[in-house]
Write a protein that binds this ligand. Structure first.
Ligand SMILES: [Ca+2]
Length: 198
């Protein structure tokens, strides 16, 4: 039959696949498609870091660009800082999930997560960090520089994603699950740097 080709497209991994806008399938939640179109201000079919930041920011609160970039990194595994419909769907559900976690653990409804609330949230995600690490996390992700001793929504996501990402990387090397692992310098740098330079 004319028009058919062999091998069919997609038979080979396209190295540029991450750069080509994917498309929404017909069964995609129309709410997500609408969010994407609203966020895609230049109509390029891709959402860049600034566009996603704008979409997630409210009139009185700017969503952290670092958090946006970390999310993009985790869903593309590249530093392209652009996502198409496919990654956008993942980011959308991921953020919906984080919003629910944030609200569940913001026990005093302060709109921020303090050290006790963070400990419970991390425990529920399966991470038992020590009090020293917990204090460090709160002071590092506190936007007021340690004054409020609590973390806002965007930094809470970044904090949890960082703990999750680093713990998972560590566990890959801790095959006996003893809490100890041996790294080369190179492996250590490659493990930590993506989380520092989002
Ligand atoms: Ca709180």
């Amino acid at each position: 039959m004319s028009g058919e080709r062999y091998p069919p497209m997609g038979g080979y991994a396209n190295p540029f696949a991450a750069l080509i806008p994917s498309a929404f399938s017909p069964e995609t939640d129309p709410n997500i498609v609408a969010c994407f179109q609203m966020a895609d201000q230049d109509g390029s079919g891709l959402i860049d870091d600034k566009e996603l930041q704008r979409a997630l920011s409210s009139y009185d609160q700017r969503f952290s660009l670092r958090t946006v970039r970390l999310l993009m990194y985790l869903f593309t595994n590249t530093n392209a800082r652009k996502i198409g419909p496919k990654e956008f769907i993942s980011v959308f559900y991921c953020l919906q999930n984080w919003r629910a976690i944030f609200e569940r653990f913001d026990m005093d409804r302060s709109g921020k997560i303090d050290a006790n609330e963070l400990r419970e949230a991390l425990l529920s995600l399966g991470f038992a960090v020590s009090p020293v690490v917990l204090d460090l996390l709160v002071s590092k992700y506190d936007k007021t520089g340690g004054e409020s001793k609590a973390i806002e929504y965007d930094n809470f996501i970044e904090c949890c994603l960082t703990v999750k990402g680093l713990t998972e990387k560590f566990k890959e090397k801790d095959t006996m699950y003893t809490g100890n692992a041996t790294f080369t310098y190179e492996a250590f740098m490659l493990m930590v740097l993506p989380f520092l330079i989002a």
